[in-house]
Design a protein around this ligand. Structure first.
Ligand SMILES: NC(=O)c1ccc[n+]([C@@H]2O[C@H](COP(=O)([O-])OP(=O)(O)OC[C@H]3O[C@@H](n4cnc5c(N)ncnc54)[C@H](OP(=O)(O)O)[C@@H]3O)[C@@H](O)[C@H]2O)c1
Ligand SMILES: *[C@@H]1O[C@H](CO)[C@@H](O)[C@H](O)[C@H]1NC(C)=O
Ligand SMILES: *[C@@H]1O[C@H](CO)[C@@H](O)[C@H](O)[C@H]1NC(C)=O
Length: 333
C-alpha cells in the first residue's frame, strides 16, 4: 500500500470572508481516512492556537471558524486541546459546516516518542479535540524526552509508529516539525512514506529560501509558524531588530496596498506557497489576519520584503534548555 501523502495548498476560498453566515466550505474529499491518500489540500491560511489561554479560548476558535478559517493548528503541548475542541464544535454548529470541511492539525509531543506511545498520544488528542480523525499529525520535534526529562535526538521509530496511525485512519497525513536538513534526509532514507508537511519557523526575518526549495523539490508542503515573527510575547526581540509589524518597509507597503503590516507579512508567506498559521485571541486581529487573503502584493513589494531576510533571526530555539543540537546548518542558529 502506498502511504505517500502529497498535500496541495488551497487558497481558493478567499471569497469566504463574510460574516453573515454564508460560508463557502472546502471541497469535501471523497477519500476515506482508511484508504491510501494520494492527494489532498491544506488551506493556505490557518489559525494558530499556541498561548491561547484563559476563559475565552473556545470563543476565539469558534470565532476563527465563523470568520472563515478552515485550518486549525493545535498541539498536545499547548495544553488547551479540550477548549480548542469545544471551539471547533461550536464553530461548526454556528456555521453549519461539517467536520470534513475543516483541516485540523495536531502534534505529537516529545514525551510520547517511540514505538507504542504515539498511538496513545493521538488517542488523547482526538478525545480532547472531540474528533475521530486528524487531517495532519506532526512530530513536534525530532527530540525524544525520557521520563527523567533527558532529551535525545530520535525520530525513526516514532515516524514508523506514526505511519501506522495513517493506516488506522486516525490521521489522514503525517508530518514533521523543526527538523534540520541532515535529519530530514536521514528520515527520507529510512521510510517508505515521506512527510506530507514540514512545519517550521518562517517569516520575513527568517526566510530560509534554500531550505524551502529543498521541500519543493521533494514534494513536501511547508507550513510557516510564527509568521508574524517575534510578535508572540513569549519571544524576545533583540534590541537591534525592529519588530516586524513596525518595520518601515512593511508599513510603507501596507499603506500603498491598503493592507495592514500583519496582512502584508501573511500575504508574503502565502505568496511563497507556504501555509501560514497566525494566532490571535482577539476578534479584531482574527478578522484582520483573515483579510490577508485579499491583500495583493506586487513583485516589487516582495523584492523589498525579501531584503529583510538578511536579518536571519530565529526566535524559537530550545536547544540550550533541552541540551540537544537543533537546526544544524540552518539560518539563524
Ligand atoms: N511547530 C512548532 O514548534 C511551533 C512553534 C511556534 C508556533 N507554532 C504554531 O504557529 C502558530 C503561530 O505562531 P505564534 O503563535 O508563535 O506567533 P504569531 O502567530 O506569529 O504571532 C502571534 C502574536 O501576534 C499577535 N497578533 C496576531 N495578529 C496580530 C495583528 N494582526 N496585529 C498585531 N498583533 C497580532 C497575537 O496577539 P493576541 O493573541 O494577543 O491577539 C500574538 O501575541 C502558533 O500559535 C502555533 O499554532 C508551532
Ligand atoms: C478574550 O479575553 C481577552 C481578555 O479579557 C480579551 O481581550 C479578548 O478580546 C477576548 N477574546 C475573545 C475572542 O473574546
Ligand atoms: C541518504 O542516502 C543517499 C543515497 O544512498 C546518501 O548519499 C546520503 O548520504 C544519505 N543521507 C543521509 C543523511 O543519510
Amino acid at each position: 500500500m502506498r502511504l505517500t501523502t502529497a498535500v496541495l495548498p488551497l487558497a481558493a476560498f478567499a471569497s469566504a470572508v463574510q460574516h453573515d453566515g454564508a460560508q463557502i466550505p472546502l471541497e469535501p474529499s471523497t477519500i476515506l481516512p482508511s484508504e491510501p491518500l494520494t492527494l489532498d489540500t491544506i488551506p493556505l491560511l490557518g489559525y494558530g492556537t499556541w498561548n491561547l489561554k484563559g476563559d475565552n479560548v473556545s470563543e476565539a476558535v469558534s470565532w476563527a471558524i465563523q470568520t472563515g478559517y478552515r485550518h486549525i493548528d493545535c498541539a498536545a503541548a499547548y495544553g488547551n486541546e479540550d477548549k480548542v475542541g469545544k471551539g471547533i464544535s461550536d464553530g461548526l454548529l454556528k456555521t453549519g459546516l461539517k467536520r470534513e470541511d475543516l483541516w485540523v492539525t495536531s502534534k505529537l509531543w516529545n514525551d510520547h516518542h517511540g514505538t507504542n506511545a504515539p498511538e496513545s498520544a493521538i488517542d488523547t488528542t482526538l478525545k480532547k479535540l472531540g474528533l475521530t480523525y486528524l487531517d495532519l499529525y506532526h512530530m513536534h520535534w525530532p527530540v525524544s524526552q525520557s521520563t527523567f526529562g533527558t532529551n535525545t535526538i530520535e525520530y525513526r521509530d516514532t515516524w514508523a509508529a506514526m505511519g501506522l496511525l495513517l493506516e488506522k485512519g486516525k490521521t489522514r497525513h503525517i508530518g514533521i516539525s523543526n527538523f534540520d536538513p541532515e535529519q530530514l534526509k536521514d528520515l527520507l532514507n529510512h521510510t517508505s512514506h515521506p512527510p506530507s508537511v514540514h512545519q517550521m519557523e518562517l517569516h520575513a526575518y527568517l526566510p530560509q529560501i534554500d531550505w524551502l526549495k529543498f521541500h519543493e523539490d521533494h514534494g513536501i508542503h511547508v507550513t510557516a509558524y510564527s509568521p508574524l515573527a517575534g510578535t508572540n510575547p513569549t519571544y524576545n526581540y533583540p534590541s537591534d531588530l525592529e519588530p516586524l509589524l513596525k518595520n518601515p518597509v512593511l508599513r510603507k507597503i501596507a499603506d500603498k496596498r491598503g493592507c495592514t503590516p500583519a496582512q502584508v507579512a501573511l500575504a508574503w508567506g502565502m505568496g511563497r506557497g507556504t501555509s501560514v498559521i497566525p494566532k490571535s485571541q482577539h476578534k479584531e486581529f482574527i478578522d484582520q489576519n483573515f483579510g490577508s487573503l485579499e491583500c495583493v502584493l506586487k513583485g516589487k513589494d516582495v523584492e523589498k520584503i525579501d531584503k529583510l531576510g538578511s536579518a536571519k533571526h530565529r526566535f524559537n530555539n530550545p536547544s540550550k534548555g533541552w541540551k540537544v543540537e537543533l537546526y544544524k546548518g540552518l539560518e539563524g542558529v
